[in-house]
Design a protein around this ligand. Structure first.
Ligand code: TRP
Length: 328
């Protein structure tokens, strides 16, 4: 264990399935981190409310994400796995933090700026999002936060809030460090853009193998013929292959690209094989778990209980520091 350092991260339950980009970019690393740190992984349903408005769907997404956390190998006895809304103190802390944080900085967030240039209206939750995220991290006094590169700005805001709060109100929070794995930060989708639900260019983590194969066959390539020498580094197939293979295997496939004589169809079969090798055992566990929603709920309830103990201790210190809630 690296001292008593605590790692916290959250994933939004904003779609029916996490995809292999979420897996390779974040979830897979959670399992490694759980071996070395005290870990808390959250299902951030309150954040998802900025974009999901079907309550029944949201519940399904939450169960699916809980099953995914377990299927990838997180042990709920060691790692706290819980649903954000089960610890409502996070909303209270978000308010105290909001009162320390300049509005101008929230207006600079990529998402907010985008909405202005594109002239689309957003709800206030979208602007408030980084504050709630900072509250997640600070409520649990996390030291390290593994996130994808797209979350860098949010992490900087969380650090900024922590510093402002500590400066004005006393040393309450550790200033959280991002853990960003640059190699796996951006996973390319079938069309070469970042893999994302909104681009519909993703492979669901627990899709059945037939549909995984179909999607792999859809990966966009250039139009080089079988005999041509090909460039692995600009090839979407190879980019995906890297996340599911050993360095030796990557060297070997790289040679085949450079030698010519291998068509993209063959490379696609190779990437399908390595994805299946890794995901198939997890898929079986997932399919079994998803049939037992009561067990999933038990795991989340137990996680929430343990998370809440930490949260209540922090919130007591914060109330004291800002001067609310004292006996008069
Ligand atoms: N914003 C994160 C994302 O979309 C999710 C998130 C919410 C999170 N709260 C967090 C990540 C706290 C890390 C820590 O990916």
């Amino acid at each position: 264990m690296k001292g008593q350092e605590r790692v916290f991260s959250g994933v939004q339950p904003s779609g029916a399935q996490v995809h292999i980009g979420n897996y390779a970019g974040a979830l897979k690393h959670f399992v490694t981190l759980a071996k070395h740190y005290e870990t808390i992984f959250c299902i951030v349903d309150l954040h998802a409310l900025t974009s999901v408005d079907e309550s029944k769907e949201l519940n399904k997404y939450i169960e699916s994400l809980a099953a995914a956390y377990l299927a990838i190998g997180l042990d709920p006895k060691k790692t706290i796995i819980f649903r954000q809304s089960d610890v409502p103190e996070v909303c209270e802390l978000a308010w105290y933090l909001a009162c320390e944080f300049p509005l101008g900085l929230l207006e600079r967030a990529h998402k907010v700026k985008d909405s202005r240039t594109k002239n689309v209206s957003i709800n206030s939750g979208v602007m408030f999002y980084p504050i709630l995220m900072a509250a997640d991290i600070l409520l649990y006094r996390a030291h390290k936060v593994p996130v994808g590169a797209d979350q860098k700005q949010h992490l900087e805001m969380a650090r900024d809030v922590a510093e402002r709060f500590n400066f004005r109100r006393g040393d309450i929070f550790p200033v959280p460090e991002p853990l960003i794995d640059e190699n796996s930060a951006v996973i390319t989708g079938l069309d070469g853009r970042k893999m994302s639900k909104s681009y519909d260019n993703y492979i669901g983590l627990f899709e059945d193998s037939k549909s995984v194969r179909k999607k792999v066959m859809r990966i966009v390539t250039d139009s080089k013929g079988v005999e041509d020498i090909k460039d692995p580094d600009s090839c979407n197939i190879f980019q995906l292959y890297k996340h599911f293979s050993s360095t030796d295997e990557q060297q070997e496939l790289r040679q085949r690209y450079l030698a010519g004589g291998m068509g993209y169809g063959v490379a696609k079969e190779e990437v399908f094989k390595v994805i299946e090798r890794e995901i198939n055992p997890l898929r079986q566990v997932y399919n079994d778990l998803i049939k037992r929603p009561n067990d999933l709920r038990d795991v989340l309830a137990d996680g929430a209980k343990r998370a809440r103990v930490i949260a209540q201790a922090t919130i007591a210190d914060v109330r004291d520091a800002v001067g609310v809630g004292a006996k008069l």
